[in-house]
Write a protein that binds this ligand. Sequence first.
Ligand SMILES: *Cc1c(COP(=O)(O)O)cnc(C)c1O
Length: 397
Amino acid sequence: MKQPLFHATVSSSGVVRPTRVEVRLDRLAANFRAIRDHVAPAGMMPIVKANAYGHGMVETARLVESLGADYIGVAVLEEGILLREAGIRCPILVLGGILGNQVPHFLAHGLTITASSLERLDQIDQAAGRMRMKAKIHLKIDTGMERIGVHHYNAEAFIEKAVSLPNLIVEGVFSHFANSESADRSSARLQLERFNGVLSIFDRRGFPRPRYTHMANSGAILQHPESRFDLVRPGILLYGVYPSDDVERTVAVKPALSWKSRVVYFKIIRPGNPVGYGSTWSCDHPVHAVTVPVGYGDGYFRAMSGKAHVLIRGKRYPVIGTISMDQIVVNLEEESAFSDDEVILIGGEGDGSIRCEDLASWAGTIPYEILTNINTRVPRVYSERPGSGSADPGGTN
Ligand SMILES: *Cc1c(COP(=O)(O)O)cnc(C)c1O
């Protein structure tokens, strides 16, 4: 089986740490295409916030731009600026709430602003006027998330003001689901109904509909086809992970990220000699153990202590003792491993694989939090870009 080749983009010294994240760009591309084919004719706004859910924001943005993304979504201003500085030219929407004094930075970098209150409309309009520019905005409607946005029942005055201000281009209108990935679809349906009510205001009042209406995150892409509108906003699904266990899997995607390290130390632990901080683990017989240079300082959560497993040479072994900041100890019982042997923290294929969902359940959280917490101390290494949209090479990466 053909193995993808990887290159690291993070190391200037030429030294790449043995603990690394490997991202398969061919998988990301295949996931992008699978989602796009599923939602067509709706367009794609891939979400690359939080370092592209750990996959590397700039590399991911470059890839989706080359695949024809219509828009790119980030959470905060700084992420948008970073993408512009990296040369991304695709339209970029910053999804989160803003402060009035940030508006000039949005305009200077050609970033689209989420407008989520009447006060913000004025601030954006005035800043744009001062800079003799037009600000591209997307109106955020709160249909039941209660985070940011104008409540759906107050939307008429918001829309009326937005379309009347001279320095604003109302390019989009959007909302966000609170429960699109759950088996019970009633909450999402109610939010969608409220959003449709808001959209009808444009028609009733004779305002032109904005170019982009959007609402669907990963869960809605999978389960709520009537929420696709003009653009969809896939986050976790793009990365090949489903937003929940009970979501309907109407699009086939595969994980693009593996997290790996190497054995740096082998030893035999004598009975009664405890392992790690707090001496929480010990054995009544001698065991073979290896030490691996990864810990909660990399995002390998301490909460997984006593539950986590890793793969070495295709076999699953438990992590013993308390997970430290920089190291873990793995129990091989009577088996052996050697310095340099690969240790898979997330990855592998088939039954033997360890998924980020497994880490999430050990840590008592969701896959999103696992992926976004693999921090920048862990270098990202990328497979070669997909050349011809070639078939998935498979294999055990
Ligand atoms: C993060 C985010 C998304 C993507 O959510 P997923 O569940 O990862 O698909 C979409 N829209 C908004 C507004 C978001 O904040």
